[in-house]
Design a binder for this molecule. Structure first.
Ligand SMILES: Nc1nc2c(ncn2[C@@H]2O[C@H](COP(=O)(O)OP(=O)(O)OP(=O)(O)O)[C@@H](O)[C@H]2O)c(=O)[nH]1
Ligand SMILES: [Mg+2]
Length: 374
């Protein structure tokens, strides 16, 4: 019976396709994934899927029988396996050369640290540069502040409390606070500080209120204020600064996004972040994006941080940040926060120092510009 023949052919075709697909997997591992090689294999996979689809059409035209629907199931499983395999493979693709050069040496780290130690704010009236971090809950804002402190102090620090509860749905940080960073002798601090705020959440009654972030940008909220997600700070509040000056304002806005979860961040939270960015833009405040959790997003980077700018996965994630928030790539910095380690690591220090150096430079030239134009 011709139907039976087609059925046998179709099932064998699917089995052969799947075997072909999966036997290539160990091969991919052995030869290190290169983009051109991947491109070649990608076409091979696509060709197999295309043939499978053609055969499907042929079956459909020949006769519509029950086995055809069974075969559709087979093909959809095959297609899913194909797609999952592709996203798995992307994790291991490496560029031959880093697309952003980094000097991973102790000398470079010392050089960046030395510049930070020698830093003086360009404007005498501003005693320290204020950096504000904002982003979704659990993005790694507090951990980044601790990481900066760890790099500058040279040992483990926990100034900004971070939370490690699994699957939490609320922000752990609820208080607004500028964290000053100690510089050697007691009572002496670096001339820059980082503000840790409550995370952004979807909905109008949870997470930090957008208007509160705008108040922070304008320097209207004093350190110690406890955020109320339902309503923003009112004028009579003791933590409300009715006459803010340049020294109270935010001098650089940092948006934090987790690399492993970007696509899962709700559109509402992304919209809130864009609104904050827009308000900061209207105030001419420079902006930077930090992409945390790179170790979770890419196994290559988890094994070797030096692969941060050769990993295709990380570049794709950075492009996702760019597209979601509308920031250029040269303002996006991938970082791995100190979250497990208790001792400093040279590669991690260098990767954290790169954005700090730029953030501080941007903030310093912002205050300078403000005084010049005021
Ligand atoms: N693997 C990994 N984990 C990180 C990284 N950064 C932060 N974490 C972990 O992510 C969790 C949340 O980090 P927090 O710093 O508390 O995040 P947050 O943005 O301050 O969160 P809220 O204050 O609740 O809004 C903690 O368990 C951190 O240890 C990172 O780069 N890699
Ligand atoms: Mg926090």
């Amino acid at each position: 019976m011709p139907g039976e023949k087609y059925q046998i052919c179709s099932v064998s075709f699917s089995i052969i396709s799947l075997v072909l697909l999966w036997t290539k997997l160990p091969l991919q591992h052995q030869v290190r994934f290169k983009e051109n090689l991947y491109g070649l294999r990608f076409h091979t996979f696509n060709f197999i899927t295309f043939l499978s689809a053609l055969y499907q059409l042929f079956l459909f035209l020949k006769s519509i029988k029950l086995y055809f629907f069974l075969h559709i199931k087979c093909c959809s499983i095959f297609w899913c396996a194909h797609k999952n395999l592709l996203s798995f493979i992307v994790m291991f693709i490496e560029f031959d050369e880093p697309w952003r050069p980094v000097t991973w040496s102790g000398a470079n780290k010392e050089d960046m640290l030395q510049k930070l130690r020698a830093l003086q704010v360009s404007v005498p009236d501003v005693n320290r540069l204020n950096i504000l971090l904002h982003g979704p809950i659990g993005a790694g804002k507090s951990s980044f502040i601790n990481s900066v402190n760890t790099v500058l102090q040279g040992h483990n620090t926990t100034a900004a409390l971070a939370d490690s509860s699994a699957g939490k749905s609320y922000s752990f940080t609820v208080k607004f606070k500028y964290h000053r960073l100690k510089k050697g002798a007691p009572g002496i601090f670096y001339p820059f500080s980082f503000a840790d705020i409550m995370g952004l959440e979807p909905g109008s009654s949870s997470g930090v209120h957008i208007e509160d972030i705008v108040h922070v940008l304008n320097g209207r909220i004093k350190s110690g204020y406890v955020f109320n997600p339902v309503s923003p700070i009112a004028e009579g509040n003791p933590s409300y600064n009715s006459e803010p000056s340049l020294k109270d304002r935010v001098h650089c806005l940092v948006s934090v996004l987790p690399a492993d979860n970007i696509s899962l961040i709700s559109n509402e939270v992304i919209q809130k972040m864009k609104d904050v960015r827009e308000k900061a833009r209207n105030l001419d405040i420079p902006q930077v994006v930090l992409m945390s959790m790179v170790d979770k997003a890419c196994p290559l980077v988890n094994d070797d941080l030096k692969k941060i700018y050769t990993s295709k996965k990380i570049k794709d994630k950075m492009k996702e940040c760019r597209d979601k928030l509308g920031v250029p790539m040269n303002c996006i910095y991938p970082v791995r926060n100190y979250h497990e380690q208790v001792t400093n690591d040279l590669l991690q220090d260098v990767l954290i120092l790169m954005p700090i150096s730029d953030i501080i430079r941007f903030a310093n030239s912002y205050v300078e510009d403000q005084v010049y134009t005021e």
